[in-house]
Design a protein. Structure first.
Length: 202
């Protein structure tokens, strides 16, 4: 005669126990996979936030503080109209700094954005449609170990240095441990309402 045992301890319970352990193993593996997926999502989100901030900094949408380079450009005292610093000279300098790895740039306190222009307006140089005059102080946030050195390895930087030598204006480059650049001007959108078609500035 086969002795009876407590419920769930008989030999005929073996397959059910094995099935239960199988479910436990499957749930454990599922939890591990879910944790791994959540970890990947968190990493992806963090990378997206970093990329977004870099884009905002480069576009000039937010203020930024960090180490960088300050370039002060000055005209010669007896400069004639040809020897004066032109908008194209500052554009070469700015482009050289971008090419050298600058993260954010301002000219005489005017933060450059994706919509900024350096141009001539009458007798003045305009940055963000605001007049600036010599000395021109160009500040660029970036790695001080490489930014100033690589500036004059770029095509634009070399062209700027060549024009300075030819026309006689001077420039001084210095590394700065910490500088702050404010955000640039934001473009206002004009919405046209119907049917009156009145302009509303956002």
């Amino acid at each position: 005669m086969t002795p009876s045992g407590p419920p769930g301890h008989g030999r005929d319970q073996g397959p059910d126990v094995g099935l239960a352990w199988g479910w436990v193993a499957a749930l454990r593996d599922g939890n591990l996979a879910l944790e791994a997926s959540l970890g990947q999502l968190a990493d992806t989100e963090q990378e997206a936030l970093v990329r977004n901030r870099r884009l905002q900094v480069r576009a000039g949408f937010i203020g930024v503080t960090g180490e960088g380079v300050r370039v002060t450009v000055q005209e010669r005292p007896d400069a004639d109209e040809v020897q004066q610093i032109h908008d194209s000279d500052l554009t070469l300098l700015v482009n050289g700094l971008w090419e050298a790895g600058a993260e954010a740039i301002s000219v005489n306190g005017q933060r450059l954005t994706s919509m900024s222009a350096i141009r001539i307006g009458g007798q003045a140089i305009l940055v963000n449609n605001r007049g600036v005059s010599a000395p021109y102080v160009v500040e660029a946030i970036g790695d001080t170990r490489t930014l100033s050195a690589e500036l004059f390895d770029t095509t634009s930087g070399l062209a700027f240095a060549g024009k300075a030598d030819f026309y006689g204006f001077t420039y001084d480059v210095e590394n700065v441990g910490s500088m702050s650049l404010q955000s640039g001007p934001q473009l206002s959108l004009i919405h046209i309402s119907e049917p009156t078609r009145q302009a509303e500035i956002s």
